[in-house]
Design a protein around this ligand. Structure first.
Ligand code: PNS
Length: 159
């Protein structure tokens, strides 16, 4: 069985992320969505909230698990006994960073392979930062985040 890991900040998970998770789950039996715990960054949502958002958004997807990790992704992969990393590519602008990261991970761990899924064209402009900015300024985020978490994301900024 191929175990794969879809790592990210997911602050919060967007419809673009969910599209990648769905497509990965259609291809692989075991997909772990791994939320980065980054002590140097102040996320808008706690790691518990981010994990809960992903769990609720993927409740209908068998084989999808939610977890968190800190430190190097390759170390986490080794612990999980997984060697496939999934990442989404939105636009050419993502490529340089993703290429560097995939190359570094491959150098650090010979058995770790990264595969990229092209983000659905409807979500090619979408990012977690964009969602937060929209909500902050009162914009409509319908369809941009999974329906299951939309109200929680809005409530964070509009109390
Ligand atoms: O959603 P993001 O912020 O683009 O995800 C980036 C993530 C979490 C995949 C990346 O920052 C990561 O893997 N961080 C852990 C540290 C690491 O292993 N970095 C890559 C080699 S230096």
């Amino acid at each position: 069985m191929i175990k794969c890991v879809y790592p990210g900040s997911f602050d919060p998970v967007t419809s673009g992320h969910l599209d990648i998770i769905r497509r990965a789950a259609a291809m692989f039996d075991d997909v772990t969505v791994a939320v980065l715990v980054n002590k140097n960054k102040k996320p808008a949502f706690s790691v518990e909230q981010r994990m809960d958002f992903i769990s609720r958004s993927t409740a209908d997807l068998p084989g999808v698990h939610v977890d968190c990790f800190s430190g190097l992704l390759v170390d986490y992969m080794k612990n999980k006994n997984a060697n496939l990393v999934i990442r989404g590519l939105r636009a050419i602008s993502d490529f340089e960073y993703e290429y560097q990261m995939a190359a570094m991970n491959a150098k650090l761990a010979k058995n770790v392979e990264t595969i990229f899924l092209m983000t659905d064209i409807n979500h090619s402009f979408l990012s977690s930062s964009m969602v937060k900015e929209l909500v902050y300024h009162g914009g409509d985020i319908t369809g941009l985040v999974p329906d299951a978490i939309k109200d929680d994301v809005i409530n964070k900024y509009r109390r």
